[in-house]
Design a binder for this molecule. Structure first.
Ligand SMILES: Nc1ncnc2c1ncn2[C@@H]1O[C@H](COP(=O)(O)OP(=O)(O)OP(=O)(O)O)[C@@H](O)[C@H]1O
Ligand SMILES: [Mg+2]
Length: 256
């Protein structure tokens, strides 16, 4: 579905994304994790056409889409959510969602009907008439998800849709993301909520200082030395091994 090869993005002297490669197979949920400032959002912006790249290539559904403008990439079926949500504050929830539906349905009634279905899919069926400005954080995150879903994407890029949610709201959005995947939409998600990443993902890529430092199944990633050190600092893997394991000279499965 998506193949990113050697992607590089430079801001001034900073290599925000540095030769990053990843693959998202159709029908899967793939996660992109990493410490704050690792370059995750920048990588999303480059993939979806919001930022020009300094090197590398993006293939989507077998086509080279590197450098294409956002609307052309969206028309091919790839859309992203924003870490900072930006709904049309004065419009209702339904009207906000219908903005995405309008691209496929010329008649307003059809677009609104489609938007109503999407609202139900993300658990907002009971609040379609509320102005977007009145939504809670959880509501805004769901609306952001709904607005992208309304364009009938093939690949969804989700940037921290769980940030700021309480544990119950996180469980609800995990279930919604699973349903989206089951409905045939492939998902690439950036997320800091680790239990959500672990339970949702088929595969995880770890970004640190712009580089992919590890990839694998969730169970492989939690025990990966390079990943632990990227999050907790150099030497952390050894310290953790000492704290959790009394046997001498135990060696974790290091990859990097
Ligand atoms: N438009 C920009 N101009 C200059 N530097 C930028 C720009 N956007 C991001 N950066 C820098 O690039 C680096 C990567 O930022 P990015 O937002 O991609 O990180 P992130 O992994 O998404 O972090 P977080 O988990 O906090 O959202 C940071 O050092 C950031 O300050
Ligand atoms: Mg980010």
């Amino acid at each position: 579905m998506l193949k990113v090869s050697g992607l590089t993005k430079i801001f001034g002297g900073l290599r925000a994304v540095d030769d990053a490669s990843l693959v998202v197979p159709e029908g899967r949920i793939v996660a992109l994790i990493g410490p704050n400032g690792a370059g995750k959002t920048t990588l999303f912006a480059c993939i979806a056409g919001f930022l020009p790249v300094n090197g590398g290539r993006v293939d989507f559904r077998g086509e080279n889409i590197t450098g294409l403008p956002v609307h052309q990439i969206a028309r091919r079926g790839m859309v992203r959510t924003f870490q900072i949500t930006q709904p049309f504050a004065k419009l209702s929830v339904l009207e906000n969602i219908a903005v995405g539906s309008h691209q496929q349905f010329a008649r307003r009634e059809d677009a609104l009907e489609h938007a109503r279905g999407i609202a139900g899919q993300v658990g907002m069926g009971h609040m379609i008439d509320q102005p977007a400005a009145q939504l809670t954080v959880a509501g805004r995150k769901r609306l952001e998800l709904a607005r992208t879903l309304a364009t009938s994407p093939k690949l969804l890029l989700l940037d921290e849709v769980m940030a700021g949610l309480n544990p119950q709201e996180i469980l609800e959005i995990i279930a919604i993301i699973r349903q989206i995947r089951d409905s045939g939409v492939t998902v690439l998600l950036i997320e800091h909520v680790m239990h959500a990443v672990m339970s949702l993902s088929d595969h995880i890529y770890v970004l640190s200082y712009g580089k992919v430092i590890a990839e694998g199944k969730p169970q492989e990633i939690v025990t990966n030395r390079a990943v632990i050190e990227a999050y907790l600092g150099r030497g952390a893997a050894d310290q953790m091994a000492q704290m959790t394991d009394t046997s001498p000279a135990s060696e974790g499965s290091a990859h990097a």
